[in-house]
Design a protein around this ligand. Structure first.
Ligand code: FAD
Length: 382
């Protein structure tokens, strides 16, 4: 009897967790190695488009996520100074009917927890920071910062924008700093009651060079969240993010609509994140190593689809490996890239340009996409 074939996934973020759940469900033996000692509920929300909910349906977490999150009827875009409406993109029942699933906004920690709960007990190994990775041709050898090691038949790099696996494939190269930062803050829903203002379920306030996206992260509307894009010439910090302040927010959004001023007034804690990206990579896999998500196509977050692309990648990679079997991983990786690259690159470009839904447009190409309905296009022979 042959030895059991194993898949190692490096990184248990939103993409890695999706890949692990889907591959395990398809019958593969999967181990996930995550550098963090544990996950905590960091202050951030996330949009989950119908394209992503269709993948979560397969994982059995569509309904719990829908029950937990907010389901806005519209994505509104408004002029940050005048409040004039620039677009009203129908979601709610329209999204279910036209795109085949709900549009949900939720706390990203709550969503990630649901994803992690789908994984086989004992298959996630925390505190495992990948240090070296060697593809011998016969298998892959991984070593971790704690001195332990592992072997696998193939390795999926789901280790984010600073991916070690991307480095193994393409060499060391820091991501590009875009010149923009994002501020992120959660606001208690009960704080909003004191204002004679309307706080819409999902709204993006725009002016020429900056914006503030705001939405509820729970169906109960007890947690409201904003995330910005603001020019910031250089990122001079070592950290992944730093504290910002209410004062900095007032300064950045001077002259903005009273609703935005009220949100800043309610801000207790706010953090500031550098927005980084990369140009499309010349390859997505080599030998037994393959990339997905931010390791492969990081982008500025302005379409709210970065995790969406990571999760769609996970679904397509699972489809391709199921189609070919693990032994023929080369064909699977070529098929995967052939079926993902155009879409991920297009989303990356539109997201970086920060134009999506600013004016009235049809988002069906993003939200209506069903990764399971795509006929598998032939990959280039590996
Ligand atoms: P990550 O989520 O970055 O996960 C990588 C994982 O790998 C981490 O857990 C990390 O600890 C681990 N790791 C890294 N290095 C190692 C190593 N050497 N060894 C072991 N483990 C390692 N996307 C959306 O779809 N909707 C949104 O609304 C949205 N809003 C956003 C707002 C902001 C401000 C930002 C910055 C991003 C936003 N995104 C959004 C994008 C989204 O967060 C990313 O695209 C997504 O997290 C990518 O998932 P990933 O699994 O590829 O990488």
């Amino acid at each position: 009897m042959g030895k059991t074939q194993r898949i190692a996934i490096v990184g248990a973020g939103l993409g890695g967790a999706a890949a692990a759940g889907l591959l395990q469900q398809a019958g593969f033996q999967v181990d996930v190695y995550e550098q963090a000692p544990e996950f905590s509920r960091l202050g951030a929300g996330i949009h989950v488009g119908p394209n992503v909910m269709k993948v979560f349906r397969r994982l059995g977490i569509e309904k719990p996520l829908e029950a937990m999150g907010s389901k806005p009827d519209f994505w509104f875009s408004r002029d940050g100074f005048t409040g004039d409406y620039l677009s009203r993109i129908p979601l709610g029942d329209f999204a279910k009917r036209e795109y085949g699933a709900a549009y949900v906004t939720v706390h990203r920690g709550d969503m990630h927890l649901l994803q992690m709960d789908t994984l086989a007990p004992g298959s996630v190994h925390f505190d495992k920071r990948l240090e070296t990775i060697t593809d011998s041709g016969d298998d892959v050898h991984l070593t971790f910062a704690d001195g332990t090691e592992a072997r696998a038949d193939i390795v999926i790099g789901a280790d984010g924008i600073n991916s070690r696996i991307r480095e193994a494939l393409l060499g060391v190269e820091a991501p590009n700093y875009s010149g923009w930062v994002a501020h992120r803050a959660l606001i208690r829903g009960d704080q909003l009651a004191k204002y004679d203002l309307t706080f819409e379920d999902c709204i993006k306030w725009w002016t020429e060079d900056r914006h503030m996206m705001v939405y509820f992260t729970t169906g109960k509307r007890d947690e409201y969240y904003y995330v910005t894009g603001v020019p910031h010439p250089a990122w001079d910090f070592q950290e992944a993010f730093v504290d910002s302040s209410r004062e900095e927010m007032f300064e950045a959004f001077q002259g903005y609509h009273p609703t935005v001023q009220a949100l800043i007034e309610c801000t207790e804690e706010v953090t500031k994140w550098p927005l980084r990206n990369r140009n499309p990579l010349p390859l997505w896999s080599r030998g037994r190593l393959v990339l997905l998500g931010d390791a492969c196509h990081p982008m500025k977050p302005h379409m709210a689809q970065g995790a969406g692309m990571a999760i769609e990648d996970a679904a397509m990679l699972t489809r391709c490996l199921t189609e070919t079997g693990l032994t023929d991983y080369r064909t699977a990786f070529a098929l995967y890239e052939a079926n993902r690259k155009d879409r991920a690159t297009r989303v990356q470009a539109v997201s970086n340009a920060n134009t999506f839904l600013r004016n009235q447009e049809d988002p069906a190409w993003v939200f209506g996409y069903d990764v399971y309905e795509q006929p598998l296009r032939e990959g280039i022979a590996a």
